[in-house]
Ligand binder design. Structure first.
Ligand code: GDP
Length: 138
């Protein structure tokens, strides 16, 4: 398995709830290397650009309101098979359906306020990392 990078977010709900430190510790306990990290407060327009693939979905407006509702932490995580590994660590989109011990089960509140984001494929990771990091951070 080759080393891979993925893009992750600690979403505004989790930051508001005071889970940031615990989530970062969990990320390190899972064996990810934090290659880059910063805190940002997205505008509605930033959130719409990031989630452009979802613009036809009924929850797009609500999702982009939520993602611009407060600061979040954006990260580049590195590990062997990082994309799949982080998706597994996050758990299902809906915290109610996520496996025990996953980030969304432990820190998420609802299908929208679900604490974390993770890229779902190498092309998505490349787009999402490029959306937030210019390269100097690496
Ligand atoms: P993910 O890859 O597991 O994050 O899920 P998706 O790419 O399908 O959706 C992106 C984000 O939109 C999710 O993480 C949720 O925050 C939100 N979302 C997904 N499905 C729903 C839904 O049915 N209703 C609402 N309100 N939000 C949703």
């Amino acid at each position: 398995m080759s080393t891979e990078r993925t893009f992750a977010i600690i979403k505004p709900d989790a930051m508001r709830a005071g889970f940031t430190g615990r989530m970062l510790a969990r990320i390190e306990e899972h064996g990810f290397i934090l290659r880059a990290m910063r805190m940002v407060h997205l505008s509605k327009r930033d959130a719409e650009g990031f989630y452009a693939v979802h613009r036809e979905r009924p929850f797009f407006s609500s999702l982009t309101d939520f993602m611009s509702s407060g600061p979040c932490v954006v990260m580049c995580l590195e590990a062997p098979d990082a994309i799949k590994k982080w998706r597994t660590a996050m758990g299902a989109t809906d915290p109610a359906k996520a496996d025990a011990g996953t980030m969304r089960k432990d820190f998420g509140a609802s299908i929208e306020n679900n604490a974390t984001h993770g890229s779902d494929a190498p092309e998505t990771a490349a787009f999402e990392l490029g959306y937030f990091f210019r390269g100097l951070e690496f």
